[in-house]
Design a protein around this ligand. Structure first.
Ligand code: ATP
Ligand code: MG
Length: 417
């Protein structure tokens, strides 16, 4: 027999881990819904070209990390490596600008990248992402940052916000020219990937996880920003200061996707290993929507790396303690139908009860063992008393039991609580 195991870079999430993932997702949802963000569920695969044209042909994601699917008709699709391209595609395709007065969206789900699997880096991983369209800088940038800080505060994560400006189409070319000049002078010391990046996409060298120590004397983009970009970046910093939001400037922060313009940021937690310590990242991409043929539309967004957050979060004790598990036991299988009725009665009137049972073809003793192992607080035992509309209510915490009339069952449980 072949023994199947999960594919490298993917993992099964269960027990405590699944609770943690859902807890983090819930916290993210709670924060963004306060600011009127609307959910979009996106397809998990899209046209290959969508990603090539948005993320950029010469980025690591497009060059090396995409999972391609070729269907029987030879069409090429890609398992989504990120969410922004899909949101932009949906926004244009369905003319969402006419449907939503505020164009604020969020998505949650798995993303796929062919990377070397390690702690905090998977081939299938989860992102919670938010996008704001048609809102100018700096208010929308500050909103993004405030949301990020609110989420991390809520889940108890403490990190550092790094910011930078990557300029615009007017000022970046001059910077790139200076950068290439400098990098050519230290070409020998660059890693093999960066030697190729130097020809194809020099800005990406700043994002290299290997060559970080070699970029100390590199020209800094903030010295090349045009007046407009400089003013904008200053405005953002001033607003952050006014809001007492702490940040550090990282003049080499460029992000791994080509569509970013102006303001970019990453939130890092230094207790994680240095190449996997960014747990949220994003920025502005004011030109992307237009490149897809739609009208000029301002845009910014970011994505939370849920898998990395899971390594840092502990679910607070006490959350959901109001849930009470109740076992529905039967003395014999003839009472199973009645058992379902009582289970309905308990769950339909009260959302704090979880019921287990009735279970047929099991002795009462083994039913009780299971309820105990499942940490049920009470067991309702249905036996011959049912002819007088009564059941036995057993309290597992003190092993006391008493005969209770069905009509008073909920009331009785509530009273003991
Ligand atoms: P990194 O520099 O760590 O490769 P990135 O710049 O490629 O990240 P983004 O595309 O900005 O990442 O994605 C946003 C967030 O999603 C990252 O900050 C990270 O937390 C998470 N993330 C990205 N790739 C992975 C992965 N392969 N496994 C787990 N989480 C990931
Ligand atoms: Mg990456």
């Amino acid at each position: 027999m072949v023994k199947f195991v999960s594919v490298r870079g993917t993992r099964d999430i269960f027990l405590h881990e699944v609770k943690k993932l859902r807890y983090i997702e819930r916290c993210c949802r709670e924060v963004v819904s306060k600011y009127n963000f609307q959910e979009i569920i996106l397809p998990t695969f899209e046209d290959k070209q969508l990603y090539q044209r948005s993320i950029g042909e010469t980025t690591d994601i497009v060059e090396k990390q995409m999972y391609e699917i070729v269907d029987t008709k030879g069409r090429k699709f890609v398992l989504r490596p990120e969410g922004t391209a899909g949101v932009v595609r949906a926004y244009i395709e369905h003319n969402l600008k006419n449907i939503f007065p505020l164009k604020r969206f969020f998505y949650f789900g798995p993303m796929y990248r062919y990377e070397r699997p390690q702690k905090g880096r998977y081939r299938e991983f989860y992102q919670f992402g938010i996008e704001i369209f048609n809102e100018p800088s700096p208010s929308s940038d500050i909103l993004l940052i405030k949301i990020i800080l609110e989420v991390f505060n809520k889940v108890g994560i403490n990190g550092v916000l790094y910011i930078n400006s990557v300029g615009c189409d007017r000022c970046r070319p001059q910077y790139t020219t200076e950068l290439v000049k400098y990098l050519n002078s230290i070409k020998q010391s660059l890693c093999n990937d960066c030697k190729i990046r130097l020809q194809r996409n020099p800005l990406r060298i700043l994002d290299c996880k290997i060559d970080t120590d070699k970029i100390v004397n590199i020209p800094q983009i903030t010295n090349y920003l045009c007046e407009q970009c400089k003013t904008n970046y200053e405005e953002i910093k001033q607003l952050l200061n006014k809001q007492n939001i702490e940040y550090k400037e990282d003049k080499f922060l460029v992000r791994g996707l080509d569509y970013y313009t102006n303001f970019v940021f990453e939130y890092k937690v230094h207790s994680l290993s240095s190449t996997q310590n960014t747990i949220c990242a994003g920025g502005r991409y004011d030109t992307l929507i237009k490149t897809f043929g739609a009208e000029d539309t301002l845009a910014c967004g970011c994505a939370f790396g849920i898998d990395r957050m899971m390594e840092l979060v502990t679910i607070p004790k006490g959350s959901k303690t109001d849930i009470i598990k109740i076992g529905i036991g039967t003395v014999s299988d003839e009472y199973v139908s009645k058992g379902f009725e009582i289970a309905d009665m308990l769950t339909q009137n009260n959302s704090k009860y979880i019921v287990i049972g009735p279970l047929c073809k099991k002795s009462l003793k083994s039913q009780l063992r299971l309820f105990n192992n499942e940490q049920c607080k009470y067991v309702v035992i249905i036996g011959e008393e049912i002819t007088q509309n009564k059941v036995v209510l057993k309290d597992f915490s003190n092993n006391r039991q008493e005969v209770v009339e069905i009509n008073f069952l909920v009331e009785k449980i509530n009273k003991i609580e």
